[in-house]
Design a protein around this ligand. Sequence first.
Ligand SMILES: *Cc1c(COP(=O)(O)O)cnc(C)c1O
Length: 361
Amino acid sequence: MMQAQRSRGTPGLQGVVTVDLAAIVANWRALRDRHAPGAVAGVVKADGYGLGAGPVAQALLAAGCAHFFVAHLAEGMALRAAIGPGPMIAVLNGFPPGADEDAALTPVLNSLGDVARYRGRPAILHLDTGMARLGLDAREQARLAEDADLRRGLDLRFVMTHLACADEPRHPLNAAQAARFAEAAALFPGIPSSVANSSGLFLGPDFASDLARPGCALYGINPQPGGPNPMRQVMRLDVPVLQVREIGQGDTVGYGATWCASRPSRIATVAAGYADGYLRSLSGHASAAIGDRPVPLVGRVSMDLVTLDVTEFADVAQGARVTLIGGPGCSPDALAAACGTIGYEILTGLGTRYAREYLPA
Ligand SMILES: *Cc1c(COP(=O)(O)O)cnc(C)c1O
């Protein structure tokens, strides 16, 4: 890709998500170097954490990434159409019964039923070691290991597990899961293993495997919460100012009149809201940015609009651009911390009313 590409969204007074594919590739390379000699996949479920699975996967593919993970079959089929034949595309949630099996996707087998259904085609076996969501539990693992009939025709490319507490390095469940997985994987000798997500890549050699599965760190989310972020920021959401108005001391802004001007103020209204995934719980807690200066949110986030106090920004007028996410003080992680969630939710919530622009890798 030679130029910034634009996709989706409606033209006009809309926000623009700018995705820096070079930064995503740099993040992937850093994780690959960290995990060597094990390989590193790209997790692009939920439309590449809201940033666009197709463009992200194409950039990673060009950089040498050969394994991709999505959550749903439909995501896998769309991704296969986008990147063509060749690289593995694994479907974490497995295939639904009666699914179209022609898309050259790799199912993750999450139960003995899946094992029976998908023998004879390349698959990944999910061994649950402490998450209790999907995958074979310890009893089912033992049953499969003991029963040659059950195993007949199985064509396993990887055995995998998923860590529950990788973002809390001192949590005792990490070591317990590593030990349980070592035991469980030994029941399937010779099959490559897949363990770490983004945070797991920072837990040390006990969590190394043949294929790590990072998602969030590719997209600039800090895989080591509480410490400095080793990843590059990859996205920015810029939204246009629709109006700027002067209000007097004592005037209130927005639903519920939750913010009251303590001085004559200038209020900028911008075109994004909770319908675009800019969470209402950010009301009163977050800042945006104009250039490199933080600008405080005032009043409630509404469905399609956000209001900002631009009293200190004399030159902000209609049509100006405000960085709502990805500027100084408003990274996805910072916004998440301000409203009690995680950066993942800020990214995956990015709405469909924004345009997406891609800076080339
Ligand atoms: C989402 C997911 C990942 C990626 O996790 P991150 O924390 O985003 O790196 C890896 N493995 C499984 C099973 C997942 O569901």
